[in-house]
Ligand binder design. Structure first.
Ligand code: ARG
Length: 576
């Protein structure tokens, strides 16, 4: 419909302005908030006031006078300082809904030109347990991945795990010690303890420390034994993390692991190339890049070390090689980084170097999709009672325990197997949705009562809205959905919201903000609840045609809720 209106306006402006002296490439058409203003509105007349040297209302009137007739538009009006409001025919709205209802993609077109999009997300560190804050990158990144893929793009999931660094000498030495003690391979279930004990050995046992430092050198030199021990650590970590991904219904798998170590071979080459290109210089034995756009406190260009005096490389060096790889080898059109907001300067630096060296062309879009911190209810960083990091696994366990208690209070009639599924879906959905539904750029407060509430903008509320609609169909017996007709305002409001689904999904792809889709689904549910109260279906006295049309609206709402939540990585249930 937006496209149609845009074309009509363009034609009209061509008539008014036959020499095409004004630019009409970007005509903005918005859905109106208030029914009195019609269905769509545009501010184009106001934008043309200056170039056409006329009053906006006068231009609006000429646009309306020259607008080609169209059967879908019932009325066009000027409003306020020069807005043009469009009213759509009820029958056209109904037709659009019919079309949407019979389309498996619910009216969401695939993009005309699919892009290759690398999405860097989750990225936990090896030999550490995933902490609760990893959920932000993991869950938000995964929702955006799902949306971009659904829109027809080629998405490459890049799990940039922290699998390299000097600490691996110590970890290998400690793994060896443990294996020798037990006489067999070990099952690493408590990484916290493993890391702590390894560090203790390193700090207190000189012989151990010497060996650890030796192992770093061997590992970096490609020594087979150290490589295999290192590989074991990576595998043990990722097997555990995969269990969490599966539990969270996150689409990451083994084949998406592209950790820091992947870029090792590129590092010396990149550093040499930056020296040759005179982008990097030697400074007191280290290799440094000075960028004029980043200044230190004294106002001098900030130095970024890319190779230390001892020959070691840094997080920055790896990320330069990594961005180069993504642009050149993976042929990315867009690269998205889901990391917390504190890494923004790091990324800016890396990208500036890559652009300057020509590793990533201007046609490739580099986007940091930052998020704020996770805070406890007291507004301080979310920590365990003893001040430690909260493990993601513990949070998921607690969520399921809390939902189990909730369901017991509700006297659910489900059998055990279904009950377990429901518990899983509500618990995981609640934790994920709490994160997804807020604008990711701000800090957010982790609050059990809020996220598990069946009221408000929460997953349980939305899942319940879905189940409730499904229940209508179980009660409807032999009455089924029929042709849609719009007979009152509650139906019209619901219809217009349903038709806006595609815009909501596209906005997530463009802005990498899943909360836009959350807001849409929440508003849709509220509008549906209002429709359901105002428009009886299975009551006596309701004409069959109308009841069938309303059932069709219910059906379409359920489909949109399900698809919308699925794009966010949240499951719905027929019954809960
Ligand atoms: N492993 C890092 C961390 O835990 C995040 C990596 C983000 N991605 C990147 N290309 N730097 O903070």
């Amino acid at each position: 419909m937006k496209q149609l209106i845009e074309n009509l306006i363009k034609k009209s402006i061509e008539t008014i302005n036959p020499d095409n002296t004004v630019n009409v490439d970007n005509i903005r058409i918005d859905r109106t908030k208030d029914r009195a203003h019609g269905d769509f509105a545009t501010n184009i007349a106001m934008l043309l006031a200056k170039p056409l040297k006329q009053a906006p209302r006068q231009i609006a009137q000429s646009i309306i006078d020259n607008l080609p007739k169209d059967e879908h538009i019932s009325k066009v009006e000027i409003a306020g300082p020069g807005f043009i409001n469009f009213f759509i025919n009820k029958s056209s709205i109904a037709d659009a809904l019919e079309q949407m209802n019979s389309d498996p993609r619910l009216g969401i077109a695939k993009v005309a030109e699919p892009k290759t999009i690398v999405v860097d997300y989750s990225a936990p560190n090896v030999a550490k347990e995933m902490a609760v804050h990893h959920i932000r990158s993991t869950v938000i990144g995964d929702a955006v991945v799902r949306v971009l893929e659904f829109l027809g793009n080629k998405v490459i999931r890049a799990n940039h795990i922290g699998d390299w660094g000097t600490q691996f000498g110590m970890l290998i030495a400690y793994l060896e010690k443990k294996e020798n003690e037990s006489g067999q391979g070990m099952d690493l279930s408590d990484f916290e303890a493993f890391y702590r004990e390894a560090k203790e050995c390193y700090d207190t046992d000189e012989e151990f420390a010497v060996k650890a430092r030796h192992y770093v050198v061997l590992l970096q030199g490609g020594d087979e034994y150290c490589r295999s021990m290192w590989k074991k650590l990576v595998n043990m970590t990722m097997v555990q993390n995969q269990k969490l991904y599966d539990r969270l219904d996150v689409t990451l798998s083994d084949k998406d692991i592209m950790g820091e170590s992947l870029y090792n071979d590129m590092l010396p080459v990149v550093v040499q190339d930056l020296i040759d290109k005179k982008i990097a210089v030697e400074d007191q034995g280290a290799i440094v890049v000075y960028l004029p756009q980043f200044k230190n406190k004294e106002g001098n260009p900030l130095g970024n070390i890319i190779r230390k005096k001892d020959g070691g490389y840094l997080y920055t060096t790896t990320d330069i090689a990594c961005a180069k790889y993504r642009a050149e080898k993976l042929k990315a059109d867009r690269i998205l980084y889901f990391t917390d907001s504190r890494q923004s300067q790091h990324l800016e630096t890396v990208w500036a170097i890559c652009r300057k060296a020509g590793y990533v062309g201007e046609n490739v879009s580099l986007e940091h999709c930052p998020f704020g911190m996770m805070l406890g209810k007291d507004g301080k960083p979310f920590k365990t009672r003893s001040g430690g990091t909260v493990k993601l696994r513990d949070v998921l366990d607690e969520a399921e325990a809390r939902v189990t208690t909730l369901l017991e209070q509700r006297n659910s009639t489900l059998n055990d197997e279904d009950k377990q599924k429901v518990i899983h879906n509500i618990a995981i959905g609640a934790v994920k949705y709490a994160d997804l539904s807020k604008n990711r750029t701000t800090d957010y407060i982790f609050d059990w009562d809020q996220m598990l509430s069946f009221e408000g903008n929460t997953a349980p509320y939305l899942q319940y809205a879905y189940s409730r609609i499904r229940a209508i169909f179980r009660k409807a017996n032999n009455l089924s959905a029929g042709k849609i007709v719009i007979t009152n305002e509650a139906e019209e409001d619901l219809a217009n919201k349903l038709l806006a689904f595609s815009e909501a999904v596209n906005s997530v792809g463009a802005k990498t903000l899943p909360n836009l889709l959350c807001n849409y689904i929440f508003e849709l549910s509220n509008i549906f609840m209002h429709f359901y109260e105002a428009c009886p279906i299975l009551k006596e006295g309701v004409e069959e045609d109308i009841a069938k049309s309303r059932l069709a609206l219910c059906e379409l709402t359920a489909k949109v809720l399900k698809q919308g939540l699925e794009l966010l990585g949240i499951n719905v249930m027929e019954q809960m």
